[in-house]
Write a protein of this length. Structure first.
Ligand SMILES: [Zn+2]
Length: 464
C-alpha cells in the first residue's frame, strides 16, 4: 500500500510539473504563434502543437499549446499545425535600396550579409543606417550584417570611388569602417600584397572580419595563409588549379581534374569560409545571349528602371565584338567545373556559405537564392545540409551562434511559417505563409500586398 501511494504521489508530481503552465507576464506587446510545429534548427528537434511567443525582436517562450498562458491583448496567430522554422540567410547580397527588402522576405530570407556596404560613414544612405532602420521597423526587409565599402587599388572595376593608392590609405579606410560601426572590411582584386596585408593587420587590430577576393597580385594560398574570414566566388581557385587560358572562365574549363580534391583539402585545412555565389557567374552571361528573353522572367516584374538600366548597360563593359553565345557556352562549362569544386569542398568538410551576389545582372534580389540552393543540391548536399548552411553556419560565421538561424528562447525572432516542409522540398521556401524578420511579422496577405506595391512602383518607373 505504502509503495503504491508513493508511486501515485510520484505520478501526481510528474503530472503537475508537466502541466504547470508557462505564464507570460504583461508588458510590451506579445505576438504568439499557436499550434505550430517548431523546427528548432534544421535537422534538429521538432516540437508539435507548440506555441512560440515573441516580444520585441526576441523569442521569449516556446511551450506546448496547452501549457502557456499569454498576457491579455497578445496578438495570436493560428499556425494551423504548419511548420515554423528558421528563416534563411543570403550571405552575399549588395542591399542598398530599402524597397527591395520585401523581395528577400517573400523568398524566406530573414538575414543578409552585405559584403560591401554603401557609403564610407554611417550617415543616411549608408548600410549601417539601413540596418538600424530595419530594426526600428522603418524599413521592411531582412536583418542586415555588413562590411564597409570594398577597398580596391588603381584600375578597379568599380571606379575611382573605391580606390586607395597607398598602404596607409588602406589602413585609413579600415579605421573609417571600424569607426562607422561596420563589422568587417572587404578587400578587393587590385590591391598589392603589401596593401592587402596592411588591411588584414589593421582589421584584426580592430576586431573586424575580413571578406575578400584574391587580388591579381596574390595567389589563393597567399590569402588562405593570412586567415581572412571569407573568400567570395571561389576567387583565385582557377589559378591555383593550374587552369591555363585567356580569362577566368577558360581557366576554370582548363583546370586539371586531379587537382580539385587536393585543393579542396587545403582550403578546408585553412578554415577560411568560401562563398561560391555560382549564380553570379552564370546568370549574367546567360542573360546577355538574349536580354529580351531574360527580361521576361517573372521576378523581373519587380525590377525598377534604374536596376534594368544598369543590367542592360553591362554588356558594353565587355570587349567589343564579344560573341555572347560562345561566351555563355564557356561559362556553362566553367559552371560544371565549379560544381565539381563545390562537391570536393563538401567532401573535404570546408566551411561554406550560401550567397547570390544580387543585384549583379539578372541575379534578382531574393528570387535568385533558389537557383543557388539548387547548385548545392547538384554538388551533393542534402536539403537539410543546405538549410543548415543557410542558417546555423551563417550564424557561426558571424560569431552569432544562437542569435539567429534557430528557433529558440532568447534568439532573435527571425523565422518563417511554411505551407510544407523545406527539408523535404526546398521549393517551399518560395511561398512562405508568413515571415518574422528582425522581430516584425508579415503574414501572407501583407507580403502579397507589399509585392503588388513593389510591382506597381517598378512598372511606373519604367514608363516615366
Ligand atoms: Zn558581391
Amino acid at each position: 500500500m505504502i509503495i503504491r501511494r508513493a508511486v501515485l504521489a510520484a505520478l501526481f508530481l510528474a503530472a503537475s510539473c508537466a502541466s504547470a503552465p508557462r505564464v507570460i507576464e504583461a508588458g510590451e506587446p506579445v505576438t504568439a504563434f499557436r499550434n505550430v510545429t517548431v523546427v528548432t534548427e534544421y535537422g534538429g528537434e521538432r516540437l508539435t502543437h507548440h506555441t512560440v511567443a515573441v516580444r520585441g525582436d526576441r523569442i521569449i517562450a516556446i511551450a506546448p499549446d496547452n501549457a502557456i498562458v499569454l498576457p491579455e491583448g497578445a496578438t495570436v496567430v493560428d499556425g494551423g499545425g504548419r511548420i515554423l522554422a528558421p528563416g534563411i540567410a543570403d550571405m552575399h547580397v549588395h542591399y542598398q535600396d530599402p524597397s527591395v527588402g520585401v523581395l528577400m522576405l517573400a523568398n524566406s530570407i530573414t538575414t543578409i550579409r552585405n559584403p560591401s556596404g554603401f557609403g564610407v560613414g554611417n550617415g543616411p544612405g549608408s548600410t549601417i543606417d539601413l540596418a538600424a532602420r530595419t530594426v526600428r521597423g522603418e524599413v521592411i526587409g531582412p536583418y542586415v550584417y555588413s562590411s564597409g565599402q570594398l577597398i580596391d587599388g588603381p584600375g578597379s572595376f568599380w571606379g575611382p570611388g573605391v580606390v586607395v593608392d597607398t598602404v596607409e590609405g588602406v589602413r585609413e579606410r579600415v579605421r573609417q569602417d571600424a569607426e562607422a560601426g561596420y563589422i568587417a572590411i572587404k578587400l578587393y582584386a587590385q590591391l598589392t600584397p603589401e596593401q592587402f596585408r596592411a588591411g588584414v593587420e589593421e582589421a584584426r587590430a580592430r576586431n573586424l572580419q575580413i571578406y575578400s577576393h584574391v587580388p591579381a597580385s596574390m595567389t589563393l594560398e597567399d590569402v588562405l595563409a593570412l586567415r581572412v574570414d571569407s573568400i567570395e566566388h571561389l576567387d583565385g581557385f582557377e589559378r591555383s588549379l593550374g587552369g591555363e587560358g585567356q580569362g577566368l572562365q577558360s581557366r576554370w574549363v582548363a583546370a586539371p581534374a586531379d587537382r580539385v580534391a587536393p585543393l579542396a583539402r587545403r582550403v578546408a585545412e585553412s578554415g577560411v569560409w568560401q562563398v561560391p555565389t555560382l549564380i553570379v557567374n552564370l546568370a549574367p552571361s546567360r542573360a546577355f545571349v538574349d536580354m529580351n528573353a531574360a527580361d521576361a522572367a517573372p521576378e523581373l516584374r519587380y525590377a525598377v528602371k534604374g536596376l534594368l538600366d544598369f543590367w542592360h548597360s553591362y554588356p558594353a563593359r565587355l570587349p567589343p565584338g564579344t560573341d555572347f553565345a560562345a561566351r555563355y557556352r564557356t561559362v556553362e562549362q566553367a559552371h560544371v567545373r565549379r560544381i565539381e569544386m563545390l562537391r570536393a569542398l563538401r567532401e573535404a568538410h570546408a566551411p561554406l556559405l550560401i550567397g547570390t551576389d544580387a543585384p549583379n545582372p539578372y541575379v534578382m534580389y531574393g528570387f535568385s537564392i533558389h537557383e543557388e540552393l539548387g547548385f548545392f543540391r547538384e554538388a551533393g548536399f542534402s536539403n537539410t545540409e543546405i538549410l543548415r548552411i543557410a542558417t546555423l553556419d551563417a550564424a557561426r560565421f558571424l560569431n552569432k551562434t544562437g542569435e539567429f538561424g534557430v528557433v529558440r528562447e532568447g534568439a532573435r525572432a527571425d523565422f518563417v511559417l511554411f505551407d510544407g516542409d523545406p527539408e523535404r522540398d526546398l521549393a517551399v521556401l518560395r511561398t512562405p505563409q508568413g515571415v518574422m524578420a528582425a522581430g516584425h511579422w508579415y503574414d501572407r496577405a501583407r507580403l502579397d500586398a507589399l509585392l503588388a506595391e513593389s510591382e506597381r512602383v517598378a512598372q511606373a518607373s519604367r514608363t516615366q
